[in-house]
Ligand binder design. Structure first.
Ligand code: LLP
Length: 422
């Protein structure tokens, strides 16, 4: 977690509420996500402050966490949204996001999704030749001119895990630099259906060196100049999302939204542009912990395991990317508990089912609780029902220190409903 989650005397707190007390008061028996609502606001405000003096849109990448209460909260703070499916777009509109501050992204957008986006005045990123064709069609079917950005692959190495790198030459996203002219010619043929208003790039995720955003912005600036010379009225520079967070909890200082914006501030100002950012992880990642109960402790040979009731079904990032998320006990360990190196594993029938490997931890008591930190981004959003584990409940601690449920746990009835009447 971020500053919202602090430990003192061996107890872990969320906004000064003892997590153990929350567990007892809410009678929580299975794993759950716990958020800090004030931390959501603080993260958003950090972007707002960073952007002061610039024309800008903060587009929350809602794929990172689509809890409806969280969406409503960001919408109420004035955030825009970045969407990657028609369902996300529908949910964003319901939650109150202003469609003209929304961006629709993706390499496989469907025709009906595009029509829906254009009808609502959402900005649409062109990803490919066929995508452009479909957007032109959406413009003509809806009778509204589609406002589009060209997603250009700047070929800048984000220096991250290959699964979360996107802005390199051979990625499936965006168009190559050298195809720009073809796209401009094609767009010129459809002045009634589409209007080119900006350029977009997205380098990747978990980025911890902000100078690469400047490298990308400089590449994009060349394109902007070319495009403007050809007579287009370009207004938006969208440099995507991707700012990393401190998963390691090692005390290292990571770049902030201000550091990010400051690397491109002059470019944006000098060229009269509106800057669009698409943060996901850096808005929600540190706002949550995943809380699980210890079922038991065992060892096989020289390998020690803490078996918990949370698993890869609820939180797959460690299994999928080998991602590190810090693990910490919620209460002080029993007096004299030995410290050992443990794998923290779940009950799922799969060896990939681990939340942490080789973690030095005090031996916890059966029935006590621990957390996986920084679980606000791409954790609940990527949860599955594998092993017929039902997706867990979510809670948040609010500004006044009260605890509220913000999502019910899924039930077997929810599962069975999918087979009703068949
Ligand atoms: N914009 C675009 C076009 C994106 O593809 C993404 C994320 C974002 C914005 C938001 O990036 P962020 O600020 O959250 O880094 N499941 C992976 C992360 C996948 C990111 C996909 N794209 C994980 O758990 O690390």
């Amino acid at each position: 977690g971020g500053p919202a989650f602090t430990s003192d005397d061996g107890y872990l707190y969320c906004e000064n509420k003892k997590i153990q007390d929350i567990i007892e008061k809410e009678k929580l028996g299975s794993c759950f996500y716990l958020y800090s609502k004030p931390q959501l606001s603080r993260n958003y405000q950090a972007y707002e402050q960073a952007l002061e003096g610039l024309n800008s849109i903060i587009g929350y990448a809602i794929k990172a966490n689509n809890n409806y209460k969280i969406l409503q909260h960001f919408a109420s703070l004035g955030s825009g949204a970045v969407l990657v499916s028609g369902q996300e777009l529908k949910l964003a509109l319901e939650a109150g996001f202003d469609p003209t501050r929304c961006v629709f992204n993706g390499n496989g957008k469907l025709q009906n999704e595009l029509i829906f986006a254009v009808e609502n005045g959402v900005l649409v990123n062109i990803d490919s030749e066929f995508d452009l064709e479909h957007i032109v069609k959406a413009g003509s079917v809806s009778g509204k001119k589609a406002k589009v950005l060209l997603r250009i692959n700047p070929d800048v190495d984000p220096q991250v895990h290959p699964y979360v790198a996107t802005g390199n030459k051979t990625s499936k996203f965006g168009i190559r630099n050298e195809k720009l002219e073809w796209f401009l010619d094609e767009i010129k043929k459809h002045p009634d259906e589409i209007e080119l208003v900006g350029v977009h790039c997205h380098l990747g995720s978990t980025i911890t060196k902000v100078n690469i955003f400047k490298d990308a912005a400089l590449v994009m600036l060349q394109h902007i100049e070319t495009i403007r010379t050809e007579g287009f009225n370009l207004r938006y520079l969208n440099i995507g999302g991707g700012l990393g967070i401190d998963y390691q909890h090692s005390g290292a200082i990571l770049p902030t939204p201000t550091d990010l914006v400051d690397t491109v501030r002059d470019i944006v100002k000098a060229n009269g542009l509106t800057l669009i950012l698409e943060p996901g992880r850096s808005l929600v990642g540190n706002t949550s912990v995943f809380v699980s109960q210890v079922i038991g402790v065992k060892s096989n040979g020289n390998k020690n395991f803490i078996v918990i009731n949370g698993s890869m079904s609820e939180l797959i990032r460690p299994s999928l990317y080998g991602a590190y998320q810090h693990i910490e006990l919620v209460t002080p360990p029993p007096v004299g508990a030995g410290v050992h190196v443990f794998d923290v594993v779940g009950p799922v029938c799969e060896s990939a089912d681990f939340l942490g490997k080789d973690r030095e931890l005090p031996t916890p008591q059966e029935g006590s609780w621990l957390v996986v930190h920084d679980a606000g981004a791409y954790c609940m959003a990527m949860a599955s029902t594998y092993n017929l584990r039902m997706r867990p409940a979510e809670y948040w601690v609010t500004e006044d220190g009260s605890v509220a449920k913000i999502r019910h746990a899924e039930t077997l009835d929810d599962h069975l409903r999918q087979f009703e009447g068949l």
